[in-house]
Design a protein around this ligand. Structure first.
Ligand SMILES: NC(=O)C1=CN([C@@H]2O[C@H](COP(=O)(O)OP(=O)(O)OC[C@H]3O[C@@H](n4cnc5c(N)ncnc54)[C@H](O)[C@@H]3O)[C@@H](O)[C@H]2O)C=CC1
Ligand SMILES: O=C(O)[C@H]1O[C@H](OP(=O)(O)OP(=O)(O)OC[C@H]2O[C@@H](n3ccc(=O)[nH]c3=O)[C@H](O)[C@@H]2O)[C@H](O)[C@@H](O)[C@@H]1O
Length: 370
């Protein structure tokens, strides 16, 4: 398309996260259709995170630009660098060769996800030993070589990119004859899946080994706070896991609609790859045991248990006494984000499970796997 309409030399910038060597494929296609026009391909991966996009745009940790190491390539790199130099300090604009830039994006996401899987793996051991994952993460993160960020244990990472990009990395490793490296990165996803099923098992085993016919309130469905995005959210797998035991689920998320939740819970695992505009606006099939409300109190009314799956700030200030009063007893609270003060909840009367924290006597007596 670009080759069809271009009338003068062009710089083509890859912004999406792509397999390493994609620039070579683009370059070949454009060059073979170029009619004498020169195309320079640059890799300029995007590092913004959802919920902080504007801040990340204006104050990026770094901007990365990869280009060919030829005079034309370097001229193109400089042209893009000059655009960013309008608001980004020069020492934060890194220039590399094309393949380093493409690979750095995949590696950065893989390293971030690996930190979460590392702390989540430790969270399981904390529960088994009586250690507290928040204290361990704090102590570990105080080492300046490790640093404190991205060490919050959770029910599992979600979002459209971490899993996709690690699978991308795994595929490239396999294609390059590096199965050991591929297996190393696959483990990050395996631990993430393990963490989600571990959470479901905790819920079921704590509630007398079955949730059949019980009502569970799910607070938070988005893959993280401050977004309505549900792509690959841990909530999908947790809800599907609980639904396997014929539970009734009532979901409240401040930004996710009922249509979206029903679509996510009815969608086949691999349908996510299909463009959203080709999916029905209103799902034709709905999960009957699932209801969606716009109010946390409504969602929790009459429930046997609550699962907090997204760390929305508003969940910290709910009236949990009022919620406890309206629930079946014993009332269970499973905090998949360590979002609320567990001690206060115990004082109110909840039986509390917080990821990676010392277990309630109630939970200690129950098997970890239902
Ligand atoms: N969402 C985010 O926060 C970030 C996303 N990225 C990267 O940016 C890219 C886009 O991400 P999103 O906007 O979140 O995804 P998206 O899924 O919202 O948008 C992707 C678009 O590409 C279209 N598309 C998919 N396959 C296509 C094909 N073969 N030919 C033509 N169009 C096609 C889809 O229909 C859709 O409109 C991805 O590579 C992602 O990894 C990078 C950093 C942050
Ligand atoms: O390539 C991308 O799309 C982007 O992917 C992530 O951004 P994003 O997916 O928007 O969200 P994150 O803030 O990274 O969170 C991802 C998941 O990890 C979880 N998480 C994060 C941090 C943590 O300590 N623990 C934890 O469980 C979050 O709750 C969320 O489910 C990266 O942070 C961005 O730098 C990158 O540009």
């Amino acid at each position: 398309m670009i080759a069809d309409v271009a009338k003068s030399d062009k710089i083509v910038v890859e912004k999406s996260t792509v397999p390493v060597k994609t620039a070579a494929a683009i370059e070949k296609i454009l060059t073979h259709n170029s009619k004498g026009i020169n195309f320079q391909i640059l890799s300029n991966p995007e590092f913004l995170a959802e919920g902080t996009a504007i801040e990340d745009l204006f104050k990026p940790d770094r901007v990365l630009i990869g280009g060919r190491e030829t005079p034309e390539g370097q001229k193109a790199v400089k042209a893009l660098k000059d655009v960013y130099a309008n608001w980004v300090p020069e020492d934060r604009i890194l220039t590399t060769n094309l393949w380093s830039a493409e690979l750095s994006k995949l590696a950065a996401n893989a390293f971030l996800a690996q930190r979460i899987s590392s702390v989540n793996a430790i969270s399981a051991l904390c529960e088994a030993t009586g250690a507290n994952v928040a204290e361990v993460a704090y102590a570990v993160g105080k080492d300046s070589r490790i640093g404190p960020k991205f060490l919050n244990a959770s029910v599992g990472f979600g979002g459209s990119c971490f899993q996709k990009d690690i699978l991308n990395l795994v595929y490239i490793c396999e294609c390059n004859g590096l199965p050991e490296v591929a297996n190393y990165w696959k483990q990050v996803i395996k631990i993430n899946d393990y963490q989600k099923s571990r959470f479901v098992n905790r819920v079921v085993s704590s509630m007398f080994n079955t949730v059949s016919g019980k009502k569970i309130a799910v607070l938070g469905f988005a893959f993280k706070k401050d977004t309505g995005d549900t792509r690959e959210t841990a909530a999908i797998d947790v809800c599907k896991g609980l639904l396997g035991d014929k539970v009734k689920i009532s979901i409240y998320d401040p930004q996710v609609t009922e249509d979206q939740i029903q679509r996510d819970l009815t969608m086949n695992k691999f349908d996510w790859d299909h463009p959203i505009h080709l999916q029905p606006v209103s799902p034709t099939t709905t999960v009957k045991q699932v209801s969606v409300t716009w109010d946390a109190y409504e969602a929790t009314k009459g429930a046997h248990g609550i699962c907090i799956l997204t760390e929305w700030v508003e969940f910290k200030t709910l009236d949990y006494k009022k919620i406890h009063d309206s629930m079946q007893k014993p009332a269970f609270l499973f905090d998949g984000r360590n979002a609320i003060d567990a001690e206060k909840m115990r004082e109110i009367g909840f039986i509390v499970y917080s990821i990676g924290k010392p277990l309630d006597p109630w939970l200690k007596d129950m098997p970890a796997v239902a």
